[in-house]
Ligand binder design. Structure first.
Ligand SMILES: Cc1cc2nc3c(=O)[nH]c(=O)nc-3n(C[C@H](O)[C@H](O)[C@H](O)COP(=O)(O)O)c2cc1C
Length: 369
């Protein structure tokens, strides 16, 4: 009897669910109905990836290791630009980072939760903003299903989703995208393309009304001057984060403009060919700015260990792009939640094995040099 009832809550079910979600660790802050957990527990990441491949091929081959090699030279889709070296450099720079195991201590459980701009989240990883992927990838999903999956899945895993937008899209598209953020009570970042401030400012009341966790502006899609950034910071009630920082100088200019956060990112290598990987740039930025401003980053995050590496290099929060895209195409919100929960479980295990009890205690001592 019990077996057939997905909602039955006994010790065996609890153990089963907690193994899937991270082996007795911190359970996601957002309450997930037991039936949803049971549903999710039937779905495996393998199923998700098979389905993702059916839907995404040939735009994305859903490679076992997503390193930008197989798609190098593809135009559009999810590849890097040009030869794809910037995408590949993100991968190799992160892969090169080695962790130090520390096993004689009393850390037997680690708390993976953290707080960003007042939002307590179950792990220091959120969705990266990804714009028109839904409709662009054909056989996939509608734009509505796409953003619902990104935000719904992340929220189910106790973290934040993302809506990537272009305020020059038809008004009804922008309104629908903003409505996703509002429906999930602002548990998502909202990225606006760096179109002229005049247009962004026209939408400011509606963007602020969604209660989004922050406004992200990807300046690698169109540079903004310090004065223009300052104008946005002054106008918006929500924190403004500048995404696309690859030098300390640019980070300092953002500080001058009064932004609330910076994101060290080369846009997944989708803007400029042959840049460094973000893991190479991050330490210099963090050496000067850690503790002064939240530092976000992204680039080839696929596992909890990757999250730990970026935090050890100085980031406060990572954003996940392509791996969430695959999860969304292969399993919708459930696929995204499954992926995020797996990352949290891995992060927790890796924190124990490197001897760090909480996110604030992660630093460069756990990097092997
Ligand atoms: C299909 C796709 C669409 C994207 N759209 C946006 C966007 O609209 N705004 C933005 O700031 N970044 C966008 N990005 C970049 C991501 O936010 C992120 O910086 C990048 O993908 C790096 O993460 P990853 O290596 O985990 O994919 C997009 C990335 C992909 C793959």
């Amino acid at each position: 009897m019990m077996k057939n009832n997905p909602d039955s809550f006994n010790r065996r079910n609890l153990l089963k669910v907690s193994t899937i979600l991270g082996g007795g660790g911190l359970i996601a802050q957002t309450a997930v109905p037991a039936s949803a957990l049971a549903q999710q527990s039937r779905l495996t990441e393998k199923d998700v990836l098979v389905k993702a491949r059916e839907r995404l091929y040939p735009t994305c081959r859903v490679c076992p290791v997503c390193d930008g090699v197989a798609c190098s030279g593809d135009s559009g889709g999810i590849a890097g630009s040009g030869t794809g070296m910037s995408f590949q450099n993100n991968f190799t720079a992160l892969e090169r980072v080695k962790l130090v195991m520390r096993n004689v201590h009393d850390v037997t459980r680690a708390d993976t939760s953290t707080t960003i701009f007042g939002h307590k989240i179950s792990l220091p990883a959120v969705s990266a903003p990804m714009g028109p992927a839904g409709t662009k990838f054909g056989k996939g999903m509608t734009q509505q299903e796409w953003f619902d999956s990104l935000v719904g899945g992340c929220v189910a895993a106790g973290t934040l989703g993302a809506v990537g937008d272009n305020l020059t899209y038809p008004i009804e598209d922008v309104k629908r995208n903003l409505a996703v953020v509002a429906r999930f009570q602002g548990k998502a970042l909202y990225n606006s393309k760096p179109i002229p401030n005049e247009i962004i400012l026209k939408w400011q009341p509606e963007i602020d009304a969604t209660g989004a966790a922050w406004l992200s502006v990807d300046v690698d899609s169109g540079p903004k001057s310090v004065a223009q950034l300052r104008e946005l910071v002054k106008a918006f009630k929500m924190p403004v984060v500048v995404k696309g920082i690859m030098t300390l100088d640019d980070a300092m200019r953002c500080m001058d403009a009064g932004v609330a956060g910076i994101a060290v990112s080369n846009h997944g290598g989708r803007r400029q060919d042959h840049t460094a990987g973000t893991a190479e740039v991050l330490p210099a930025v963090a050496a000067k700015l850690k503790g002064k401003i939240p530092i976000l980053t992204d680039g080839c995050v696929a596992s909890g260990t990757d999250v730990l590496k970026y935090l050890a290099l100085g980031a406060d929060l990572v954003m996940v792009g392509r791996h969430i895209l695959r999860a969304a195409y292969g399993g919708g919100a459930d696929g995204v939640a499954l992926f995020m929960n797996r990352m949290r479980a891995e992060l927790q295990a890796a924190m124990v094995l490197t001897g760090v009890p909480s996110v604030s205690k992660i630093d460069s001592r756990i990097i092997f040099v």
